[in-house]
Ligand binder design. Structure first.
Ligand SMILES: [Zn+2]
Ligand SMILES: [Zn+2]
Length: 571
């Protein structure tokens, strides 16, 4: 069928839907129905009824009525034009049936594009509720029926509908704001959200609100999921739900917290988890940060009170939020601290944990985070003997030597069987005795070699540390992060120290047998003979386990021996 231009070419009305225009166009040009135009512009009846016209169809239509296709852009479906994001179009765009304002159609009978929006159920001009079913027989109204002017079932005229006022002021306000946002651009909605942002907010918030009592005082429960359980698209339900979304973010955060309280009070189990997970999805968008913060602090309070568990999806993406809680569950305390249940129990028994026992729960209790951290930190600050050895880079027997010398103080902890040591004390030892970093290529004797190689000279770890403290040994090392085992010592300093030790010993304990020989220039046999002849005994004899013995001769004894030898020479 080829037709250049239609004889009657009406103007499209302000806000009129494409569907309405095509029905009027067909009627004015005396077509029995819309199928003629439908064929010319290559659009199906369903597409026309829902104003879902492609650019090609609009271009063809433009030719028929001698108009530019741009004139029709604001009149096609909000879904087709992309003014409403795809994920939302199913929830908020009415298809295959119409609703209308009974006063608007009395003034001029045509269908408006914004009536296709399910959340809008009020005429923004007349402030009355839209009609979405026959007032007489309650049947749905198709686009075709609407344009015929009366119900095909009961012949009720649509212009004779009863007027219904919005049920309260908040609802009215929410409807006006929604209209402004979507059709006029710019709104005074909370947080100055854009259309996309607000629809995202609403879409996610509907999960929280679903099934809760209406916060605006409507007697029905909030319900926006029309496509389940055979429910039909219901404009009054969805617009109520949207009004609740509007209310929820008004007077922020008081109303918001009320919704959250109700949500956790009423919903439970799988439904609760599913709904909150869907709600939390919106927090992926940074624009919702202030809401997210409020949501999190609310949830944290609930977890602190032991009313909900911590496995909220929000914490999976932002685990740092969990740090804000004051209380943790006992199972959680284990994961957080890495401390075993037994040990936790011991710490708890020692009385250093603040515990909140949940009423009614068997063995359910919450642990105050601060007290837990404190207890764990002090627990971690205590080292075992073996750990001290590892930290200092010395053998356990050397650690014992440190304890005996009083350099290291053992602590008795009520949660441990063995003595433990303060990490600070160990750290101080390391700081004091660790070698200075040296870049010079100096050869030094390693710490271990000093202990084991010079042990016979009584150069014990304690002596090494004492000499270091006195400034006689000046250890150095290659990096500043090593242990004592990484210390290197200058040979000359070591020899000096050994001789000091010897002098010290000679003074205190006396001279060795061999030393007396050297000192008096006499052979071992000779000395033995002198001692035997004059019955001189060593001042001190130490017997070793392997049968050896060590004799010490004090100064006056050595003098006595010298006197005997010289007397013998004189004879
Ligand atoms: Zn109206
Ligand atoms: Zn009817």
């Amino acid at each position: 069928m080829i037709m250049e231009v239609l004889p009657k070419r009406p103007e499209i009305q302000r806000g009129e839907s494409m569907s309405s225009y095509i029905y009027r166009l067909s009627e004015l040009n005396h077509y029995p129905n819309i199928s003629t135009i439908s064929a010319i512009i290559r659009a199906t009846t369903t597409q026309i009824n829902n104003s879902e016209l492609s650019t090609e169809s609009i271009t063809e239509l433009g030719k028929l009525v001698m108009k530019k296709p741009e004139e029709f852009y604001n009149h096609i479906s909000l879904k087709t034009s992309g003014r409403i994001p795809q994920y939302m179009s199913k929830t908020i765009i009415q298809r295959n049936k119409v609703k209308f304002c009974p006063v608007c159609i009395q003034e001029k009978y045509f269908h408006k594009i914004h009536w296709t929006l399910l959340p809008l159920n009020m005429c923004n001009i007349h402030d009355i509720m839209l009609i979405d079913s026959c007032a007489s027989c309650n049947r749905d109204i198709s686009a075709k029926a609407f344009h015929s002017g009366e119900c095909p079932n009961c012949c009720n005229s649509f212009t004779k509908s009863t007027l219904v006022l919005p049920y309260n002021k908040m609802y009215l306000e929410s409807q006006k704001e929604l209209f402004k946002l979507i059709f006029e651009g710019g709104s005074t909605l909370p947080f100055k959200f854009s259309i996309d942002e607000y629809l995202k907010l609403a879409h996610c918030s509907l999960y929280l609100l679903e099934g809760l009592p209406d916060f605006l005082g409507c007697r029905q429960l909030i319900s926006s999921f029309y496509n389940r359980d055979g429910k039909k698209q219901c404009s009054s339900g969805i617009s109520n739900a949207f009004a609740n979304v509007f209310w929820m973010y008004n007077n922020f955060p008081e109303n918001y917290n009320m919704v959250l309280s109700k949500f956790f009070e009423i919903k439970s189990g799988q439904v609760m988890y599913m709904h909150k997970a869907n709600y939390e999805r919106m927090f992926e968008n940074e624009r919702f940060r202030p809401i997210r913060d409020t949501y999190c602090s609310f949830v944290i309070k609930k977890i602190d009170a032991g009313e909900i568990r911590r496995d909220f999806s929000i914490f999976k993406t932002s685990p740092e939020l969990l740090e804000k809680r004051n209380f943790v569950r006992k199972e959680e305390a284990r994961t957080i601290t890495g401390v075993s249940n037994d040990k936790l129990l011991k710490i708890a028994r020692s009385g250093s944990l603040k515990i909140l026992v949940k009423e009614g729960g068997k063995g359910k209790y919450l642990i105050n985070r601060n007290s837990l951290n404190k207890a764990i930190t002090s627990e971690h600050a205590l080292l075992t003997k073996r750990e001290v050895g590892l930290l200092l880079g010395i053998h356990v027997t050397s650690v014992e030597a440190l304890i005996t010398s009083g350099m290291l103080t053992p602590i008795c902890s009520n949660t441990r069987q063995y003595a433990v040591f303060d990490v600070l004390e160990v750290d101080n030892i390391l700081k004091e005795f660790r070698g200075k970093v040296s870049n010079q290529n100096v050869v030094g004797t390693p710490f271990r070699q000093l202990i084991y190689g010079y042990n016979k000279f009584s150069l014990s770890i304690i002596k090494i540390l004492e000499f270091t403290r006195r400034g006689l040994l000046n250890p150095f090392c290659m990096s500043g992060f090593g242990t004592l085992a990484d210390n290197l010592y200058l040979e000359s300093e070591v020899i000096e120290c050994i001789s000091l030790l010897r002098n010290d010993r000679q003074e205190k304990r006396g001279y060795y047998f061999a030393e007396v020989c050297t000192l008096l220039r006499i052979g071992e046999k000779g000395l033995h003979a002198v001692l035997k002849k004059h019955q001189i005994n060593a001042d001190l004899t130490i017997y070793f386990a392997d049968g050896r013995k060590k004799r010490y001769f004090k100064c006056n004894t050595v003098d006595k021996i010298r006197y005997c030898i010289e007397k013998k020479k004189a004879n």
